[in-house]
Write a protein that binds this ligand. Structure first.
Ligand code: GDP
Length: 498
């Protein structure tokens, strides 16, 4: 009943490569003959020594407080569908590009920074929705410091609003509420506030501490106030980073630009990134050739909390990958080699687990088969072919007559072996009147009629010919099912048997 064979190759000093190849070919041949698919798996390599030599790059120890400086907060905009997340981000992005330099282009690179009148900055991740937030979290990237929860004042608290509240509590990320669409005639901010209270968000002035701002994302009303409120919250949180030493950061987005090449947007979390730095992220590495801001202008350097587009990747890293700086290209290569080995090792472990489970399933099935066999193991089997007429007419001992047709010689032998293990019994007799390889034929039917025999078709076709009256065919794919059927047949013949 197997459909897939997994060939697990164990390497060892005592196995000559040639022998292994020969063995493998023999096994491949058998598997092919059985019509199964084959998957070859290598065991998890135990090259701890190699790993020791190359090793991954690790993050630095936390910086001493005297090295820490204030940094911009990183904000994710979330909320129910159609409540205005995209419109809010678009309006803020336009403001930020207009601020950054005259003639800048409004482009989506995954994040941008808004500057306040007092010179402070707020960084917004440019992918709305909690799917993006959860995806980053799932990859271990916790870059969101504050969530801006957008709630449309005409619609109030909805399903996804509640989900965001739950998410913020789970991850302990503070929320600032933006009550949006206040320009609409049917907007009801007071009702929205009450609903927020019921959803577990207690607003400032309503018995709680959560800040809120009434905005119109579409008309640009109170967007600066929103950014200022975020900034105040950030100051309260005392968000600080170490601006010196090797770089640490997180990939926010990656693109393959037809003109500029492989680009990724990152948020630096530690150190000050400059051209020439060698970075690794996931399974990619870069020698930084150029840095750009969100308006497309080249930068000299990128500091913590600000988004930066990095040019110079050899492969593209994935969103959520952690960026770490290494001292040389050579070191970048060895780190990636280590990670590659590590990934292979993990895959092999997972494959091995599959094999273990299959082995267990197989063992259980084998046990069930053996038990079934033991239960009816007291009937005599004779493999003698068709009997003379007088024998057929001899009714003194009840008999079950059987015809076996199988797809290959191997399975036919296996079935006969199973039936052969039955012991003598003078109350009933199990006779195999015919057996053979191939589909069920007219002559099999004739024999079945003549001997009142049951035909067991093991993985062969029995549908090509018409089934005569009184002839039973059982289509079997698993040997122990045959045993079960046989037991039923016998019980039917001998109701007094237990
Ligand atoms: P998202 O699904 O949360 O990203 O929502 P969108 O930003 O796509 O907005 C959904 C709809 O609401 C669009 O038709 C927007 O034009 C509209 N919208 C968003 N903000 C406002 C607003 O402040 N006032 C009004 N009147 N409409 C808005």
């Amino acid at each position: 009943d197997l459909q897939e064979a997994i060939l697990y190759i164990k390497d060892g000093p005592d196995i000559h490569p040639k022998t292994r190849l020969e063995d493998m070919n023999i096994i491949k041949d058998i598997v092919k003959k059985c019509g199964m698919k084959m998957k070859i798996v290598s065991p998890p390599k135990d090259d701890k020594e190699d790993h020791e030599k190359i090793k991954d790059v690790t993050k630095r120890l936390p910086a001493k407080p005297e090295f820490l400086k204030q940094r911009p907060p990183v904000v994710t905009v979330m909320g129910h569908v159609d409540h205005g997340k995209t419109t809010l981000l678009d309006s803020l992005r336009h403001t930020s590009v207009a601020q950054s330099e005259a003639g800048g282009i409004t482009q989506h690179i995954g994040a941008f920074t808004v500057e306040l009148e007092n010179g402070e900055k707020v960084t917004f991740l440019d992918t709305p929705g909690h799917a993006a937030f959860s995806a980053m979290r799932a990859r271990g990237a916790n870059i969101t410091d504050i969530i801006v929860l957008v709630v449309a004042a005409d619609d109030g608290v909805m399903e996804q609003t509640k989900e965001v509240v739950k998410l913020s509590k789970t991850y302990n990320v503070p929320v600032i509420v933006a009550i949006n669409k206040i320009d609409k005639p049917d907007a009801d901010p007071e009702k929205t506030k009450r609903e927020l209270g019921h959803a577990g968000i207690n607003l400032e002035g309503h018995g709680g501490e959560t800040q809120f701002v009434l905005i119109s994302a579409k008309e640009g009303t109170n967007l600066q106030e929103l950014a200022e409120t975020v900034s105040t919250q950030a100051t309260l949180m005392g968000l600080k980073s170490d601006y010196t030493g090797p770089i640490e950061g997180v990939v926010v987005e990656s693109t393959n630009d037809s003109k500029r090449g492989k680009l990724s947007t990152a948020i630096i979390t530690r150190g000050t990134l400059r051209r020439g730095a060698v970075l690794v992220a996931g399974h990619a590495w870069a020698k930084v050739r150029a840095l750009f801001n969100h308006a497309g202008y080249p930068l000299e350097k990128a500091e913590p909390g600000t988004p930066v587009e990095i040019l110079g990747w050899r492969e593209l890293p994935l969103a959520g990958d952690e960026i770490l700086e290494v001292e040389s290209e050579k070191r970048a290569h060895s780190v990636l080699h280590y990670r590659h080995l590590q990934a292979q090792h993990e895959k092999a472990e997972a494959d091995f687990e599959v094999i273990r489970v299959k082995q267990m399933e197989h063992d259980e099935k084998y046990k069930a088969e053996r038990d079934a066999r033991r239960k009816i193991g007291r009937f005599k089997v004779r493999r003698v072919g068709p009997r003379p007429k007088e024998y057929i007419d001899d009714d003194s001992v009840p008999r079950v007559n059987v015809i076996i047709k199988a797809d290959v010689h191997g399975s036919c032998e296996a079935i006969l072996d199973v039936l052969d293990t039955y012991h003598d019994n003078d109350k009933v007799r199990l006779d195999i009147v015919h057996y053979g390889i191939g589909d069920v034929t007219e002559s099999d039917m004739e024999l079945a009629k003549l001997f009142n025999a049951v035909i067991y078709a093991f993985s062969v076709n029995s549908t090509k010919i018409a089934l005569p009256k009184n002839v039973k065919i059982h289509q079997i794919d698993i040997i122990y099912r045959l045993v079960e059927h046989l037991k039923e047949e016998i019980n039917a013949k001998l109701p007094m048997l237990d």
